[in-house]
Each structure stands twice: as C-alpha cells, then as structure tokens.
Write a new protein. Structure first.
Length: 572
C-alpha cells in the first residue's frame, strides 16, 4: 500500500499555502503514529487558516498522543465550539476529557456525538463503553443491541476490547476482532518477509506493550522475566516499551531483567524497523486491542512468528498473529473454532504473577471505613475490586442478593470515575439495600492496595468480564475468589486461576450457586477462615505462583513456536 504522506508532501511542495493539504498531511502523520510531525502540520494549517475546526481537532489529537492532555482538551474544545454539529470532533473531545479526568463531561460529549449521528454504531459503542465505566445504565440494553447488531452486519468500527464487556458469544467476539483487524490490514504496508531463523543460538523473544511499568502488564510479567533471565539462558528477552519510563520500581526491575528498548512516541514503521533490526524470532503482543497499543506495528510483520498473550483476553482476529498462548481451562477445545490463531497451551495457568511483591501490614478496618466484627456474622467484608465497567447490572444485583441474605455484611468496591459510586449506592437503595453497605476504596499505590485487600473476607467476581490481575492479587494475599466461569476467554480467567490453584470448588456453575456459596460462607466464619488458610497454603505449595516452573514451560513453548510454521499441530 502506498504511503499517502508522500503524495501530500509533493502537493504541499507545489502549493505550501494549501491549508487543507496541511490538515490532510497532519491526519496522515497521526495515522502513521508520528504525533510530532502531525502537530507541526496542523500548526502550519492553523497559521494559514486560523481557528479551522478540522486543524484544531487534529492538533488536539497530536497533543493527546504526546501526553499533553490539558492542551489537547483546550484545542478540542475550541474545535467543538467552531463546529458544534461535528460528531467526530465531539468524540475526540470526549477521549481527551477521559484523560484529563473530566469523566462526566466526557460522557456528555459522547452523548452529544451519538445524538448528532444516532445511527452510527461506533458512536453508540463509545457512549455505551463510557456509561459502563460510570455505572450509568441508562439505555444500556438499547445501546448494547445496536452495537451487537452492527457487528453482526459486518460493521468494522466497533472496538474489540469494549465489546468484551457485552453479553456476546465467542463467535461474535471473533467477528468483531476480524472486522477491526481487516481495517488496519487495508491501511498498513507490511515489511518484506522476515528472514528464517538462523543457527542454534538463543531464541530472541520480543514483547510489545504500553504497560512496562507500574501497570498490570508490568506487575504480571516482571517476576517471570526475572526467572527467564536467571534460569533460561537460551531465551533472550527484549521489551519494546510504547510507554515512557514512569520511574517505578517495576520499570527498573524490567530493565534489569531484560533488554528494554524505549520506542515511545516513534512512528509505527520506525518501531517495526527496530524490532526487525533486533532480529526478534518470536514477538508477543502484550496489548492487543486493549487501547494504547500499536496493532499497526504488528500488522507490518516485524517478526516471523507473532503471538497474542496476556493483556487481551480474546482472539485478535488478525492475520498477522499466528498463535495465542493460553491454558486448557481458559481456552478449552470448544473455543478453538472461535480463535483466528493457533493455540499453544501451557500446562499451568497462562497468567504469571509477581511473586516478589511484598504484602505490607494491613491497616485497621476503621481506617478503611469497614465494620468491626461484633458477632459470628456481623462485619463480613465481601469485595470486588474489578474496574467499574465490569460492574454491570447483573453482576451487581448478584452481589446485592448476597448482602440481602447476610446481615451486617458490606460490599467493598474500587471507587469509579465521576459519579459512579453515587450511582451504585442509588441502585443498592432502589433494591432495598442500605447504600452505606457499599464501601469504596480510592485508587491506591499497589503495595497499599495489597495491604488493604487482606481485610476482605471473600472476593465476588463479575461476568462476562472476570477479574484478571485483581483475582491474582486477591489470591496472593490469601483472599478466596468466588467466580462463575462463562463461555468466553474473558469470562474464564478467574476460573483458571482457581483451577490451577486447586480451588475448583470456588468456580460456581450458576448464579444461584454463586449466591448460595457466598451466603453460606458469610454465615460460617469458621469455614471462611479455613478456606482462607487453604488458599494461603496452596499459594505457597502449589504451582500457580511458581515463576521458575512457569519460565521453564514458557521457554519450551517459545522454542517450539520459533521452529514451527503455521501449518503444524497445536501444542498441548
């Protein structure tokens, strides 16, 4: 595919006063991932056409990509003021208002965009996803139906990550991902084919992510990379960090255990060239469709073998991804037809964990706004620290049903954006539950969060999007996780953790069984205490948190993928 920037640059050499040409060039530079060049082109356009809304909007996008979110909000507000009936500008404004923490204003902008073009499913999907984050469940069913119908019709705009929160089956998720991947494939020109692997030296394994720091991806992988570094000399690990150094201890550990390449802010083709020049044999996409990643880089095929793993809990639907790394519980054989990738299964849970993270002493219950226990039942603390977009009406109502049957218990939640907490309390009150029984914890540094998590008695999971890193954290501090595994990858991660911990009894087979188990444990503190002791024992003695063993299994899978072509049998 020809790069549109070359033609635009030629056009502007012939007519440098062409404001529209500079706007189009700015857009092309942004699509190529070069925010700096995009900003420069937009400023040239604005010098020629002051206040032009399309130039202001693209300037705001460039500033956002460069991390200057306050400036981006100013530019996009100006663009929206100059073109109030432009739904696309309203969406870009909403995106940057998310970044500046103006949650309710972002919702208003998404709603304005949808009102301007109510039949556009992408705008419905944006509004739906953000309302889920705000626990604003108005028109939820109508918006969800519009989005699912669009996927069924082959509409290519729906973001696959947001679609994981819908009550959609695995075939729908595959359709959504394939449509999104096809759009990128039409826009990207691949690199020449990678040369075959040469020699018998160490396998060079690359990982591309925007989460190499104090981020769930960094927290999950750092101990594994350390174990590979010390125990697997034939695996040479390279990290390609789309995010800048956040100064965290996790980032320093990652840099010490691997060869870390800072590619933040580079254009997509330059990142792909860096990966190709490093000679990566197997490249893992540790972001997928999760946002903030660079699927365009993967679409250029910088490595001969490319793998979907860990951060995106579903199929990529992408022709440039060859394998998905999973386990037998989270991706059973019944799900294979709904994955575009070939399947590599580890003999353990596919999700690693940081086994070096300490657990600080717990604060008092009173300091966290939690009740003191005054009897056998009073004061049971149920928790669910999943992100707010996972707290859909069905999952919340299931948890409220537990509270209704366990007097004196509370539900401890992570505080959400905007007025999410107030909406959840209002929903509880409407269902006959004292809103004071919902307790919210503001976002904490990870160590402080783990300290507080020790005060919870039982973690109540959500569906169809499970706890993932949050479930691992809970088990690490000895808090049992009650889940109901579903029919998709995203709905089976907590179940996989329980299964491989040897706690399969915590995987309920129905909502009724889930509620009954939570109530039974809430009324039996001795049984709950014994369960917590069992979790702690299995954590210390079992294989779920054995990163040395994980590294050995991971190395076997990598070596075999490096020597396989796409037509070989699935690894078991």
């Amino acid at each position: 595919m020809n790069d549109p920037r070359a033609a635009l640059q030629q056009r502007l050499r012939q007519n440098p006063g062409d404001a529209l040409g500079w706007i189009l060039l700015g857009d092309a530079e942004l699509e190529a991932g070069d925010a700096g060049a995009g900003e420069a082109a937009c400023r040239r356009a604005l010098a020629l056409a002051p206040g032009h809304p399309e130039a202001l909007a693209r300037l705001g996008r460039a500033q956002s990509m460069l991390g200057r979110h306050g400036e981006a909000a100013d530019s996009l507000r100006a663009a929206a003021g100059a073109a109030p009936d432009h739904p696309g500008i309203q969406v870009w404004l909403a995106h940057v208002l998310e970044d500046t923490g103006e949650a309710e204003a972002a919702a208003d902008a998404y709603a304005r965009a949808h009102a301007l073009a109510p039949d556009e499913p992408l705008l419905a999907a944006y509004l739906l996803a953000w309302r889920r984050k705000l626990c604003d469940w108005r028109e939820l069913d109508r918006l969800a139906s519009q989005v699912r119908a669009a996927v069924a019709r082959g509409h290519a705009a729906i973001e696959p990550f947001a679609f994981l929160s819908e009550d959609a089956g695995p075939s729908e998720q595959l359709q959504c991902a394939r449509l999104r991947a096809a759009t990128i494939a039409r826009q990207v020109r691949p690199l020449p084919p990678a040369p075959p692997r040469a020699g018998d030296g160490p396998v060079r394994v690359g990982f591309l992510s925007n989460g190499f720091g104090a981020h769930p991806t960094g927290l999950l992988t750092v101990a594994l990379f350390e174990a590979i570094n010390t125990g697997q000399p034939d695996i040479d690990v390279h990290l390609f960090a789309l995010n800048r150094d956040d100064g965290s201890a996790i980032r320093q550990r990652l840099a010490t255990a691997t060869r870390l390449h800072d590619v933040a802010g580079l254009a997509h083709r330059e990142i792909a060239g860096r990966i190709r020049d490093t000679g990566i044999d197997v490249l893992f996409d540790l972001r997928g469709w999760g946002g903030g990643g660079a699927p365009e880089v993967l679409a250029m095929r910088p490595a001969r073998v490319q793998v979907n793993w860990l951060a995106y809990p579903g199929t990529s639907g992408a022709p440039w991804i060859d394998w998905v790394l999973a386990d037998g519980f989270v991706l059973p054989s019944a799900l294979e037809p709904h994955f575009s990738e070939r399947v590599v299964r580890l003999p353990r849970c596919f999700q690693p964990s940081d086994t070096r993270r300490g657990i600080p002493p717990a604060p008092t219950r009173a300091a966290c706004g939690l009740p003191d226990r005054s009897g056998r039942v009073d004061g049971i603390v149920y928790c669910c620290f999943n992100n707010s977009y996972k707290l859909n009406p069905a999952s919340v109502d299931r948890a409220l049903a537990v509270l209704a049957r366990v007097p004196g218990s509370v539900l401890w939640l992570l505080s959400g954006p905007g007025r999410a907490d107030a909406r959840l309390r209002a929903h509880a009150q409407a269902n006959g539950i004292d809103p004071a029984r919902l307790v919210f914890m503001p976002k904490q540094p990870h160590a402080d969060y783990l300290a507080r998590l020790q005060l919870a008695d039982l973690f109540l999971d959500t569906g169809p999007y499970n706890a993932h890193t949050t479930a691992s954290d809970a088990l690490w501090v000895g808090c049992p996780v009650l889940t109901r595994p579903g029919g998709t990858f995203a709905a089976r991660v907590a179940g996989s953790l329980n299964h491989h911990l040897g706690m399969a009894s915590m995987n309920a087979d129905s909502d009724a069984a889930f509620v009954d188990a939570a109530v039974r444990l809430g009324h039996d503190p001795e049984a709950l205490h014994a369960l917590r002791a069992e979790v702690a024992r299995r954590r210390d003695e079992g294989g779920l948190f054995d990163m040395g063993g994980f590294a050995a299994d991971f190395a076997v899978a990598v070596r075999r993928m490096a020597g396989m072509d796409r037509g070989t049998a699935v690894l078991r």
